[in-house]
Design a protein around this ligand. Structure first.
Ligand code: PLP
Length: 302
């Protein structure tokens, strides 16, 4: 355990020359009764292992990953905000820290975990967001690294996202790079839509990050009796849905009020949060905050 501090790295470190690195993102929350809860951290550990394999890095064992995460939270307990006032964000990093000049796996790796307290994501309550479909950029291609949390996946999304924000949109929706027809992701979040009471989300094809919130929403919705289809979600279908929302660790669930796709402006629920979106939001946030019984056994107490 060390105080938060700068790293010393060789200028020839694999990560800064060839992007050999990945990250994870998770949160510790304070429940009403004071317990500090982590949400399914073992899934982050396993996803990181997949990423290590894809990027040719040493694999961090699930045991080592979880031990580091628990110890980092334990050490920073005093920084976990009060119940309902934010979370302690946890950032595990794995990267090639050894020096290597040729394009090849680094001879040495660093695994570290740092934490930082964050305030509530929705400061003004749960307001539906507006999104824009990118007709110019794609996030990932078949056979690439879109299915893992490679650091190199994120920089190319920054400019499109910044431009969309300058136009008043919260984020970009990326379509698939082969046919430019099917929804992949919303910036760094997974997409869901609802039509006639049935829930749809893009299937995992290797180009989409297998989000832990995505998986949990699918399991939760099915347990509430909803039919959930993991399938190809055609943008034209999504634009005609009754509700749409994005999910991820950062915002948990963001209701979508509007999507711009070229000439088309699709609105959902007159810009209000949809009924099923709200039901899923309440169910998941209740489990995450420890205010609803966690019948799935998802929470881990630190
Ligand atoms: N998609 C991308 C590209 C991401 O970086 C993330 C991470 O937050 C997600 C989706 C959502 O994944 P999770 O629910 O595990 O946070």
């Amino acid at each position: 355990m060390q105080d938060f501090q700068d790293l010393r790295l060789s200028p020839a470190a694999g990560v800064i020359n060839y992007g050999q690195g990945l990250f994870e993102g998770m949160k510790a929350r304070r429940a009403e009764d004071g317990r500090i809860l982590l949400f399914r951290p073992e899934l982050n550990a396993r996803r990181a292992q997949e990423g290590c394999r894809r990027l040719g890095m040493e694999v961090v064992s699930e045991e080592m990953f979880l031990d580091a995460v628990y110890r980092a939270v334990e050490e920073n307990k005093r920084w976990v905000p009060p119940h309902g006032r934010g979370e302690l964000y946890i950032r595990p990093l794995i990267f090639g820290s050894g020096a290597i000049l040729g394009v090849a796996p680094a001879p040495e790796y660093t695994f570290l975990v740092y934490t930082i307290p964050v305030g509530p994501y929705f400061k003004g309550g749960l307001k539906p967001i507006s999104l824009k479909v990118s007709n110019e950029f794609h996030r990932a291609a078949p056979g690439g690294s879109g299915g893992v949390k490679a650091i190199g996946n994120y920089a190319p999304g920054m400019m499109p996202s910044k431009n969309a924000k300058a136009e008043g949109y919260a984020e970009i929706i990326y379509l698939d790079s082969s046919e430019h027809k099917y929804i992949e992701e919303v910036g760094a979040a997974n997409f869901f839509c609802v039509k006639d009471g049935v829930i749809y989300t893009p299937e995992l094809t290797g180009t989409i990050l297998p989000g832990i919130t995505r998986l949990s929403i699918i399991e939760l919705a099915r347990s509430l009796g909803y039919e959930v289809n993991e399938t190809k979600v055609d943008i034209d279908f999504a634009l005609n849905c009754d509700e749409a929302f994005a999910v991820g660790t950062a915002a948990m669930i963001s209701p979508i009020g509007l999507i711009e796709h070229g000439e088309i402006l699709a609105t959902y629920n007159d810009g209000e949060i949809g009924e099923i979106t709200l039901e899923l939001y309440d169910a998941l946030s209740g489990i995450l905050n420890g205010s609803i019984e966690d019948s799935f056994g998802w929470n881990r107490e630190v």
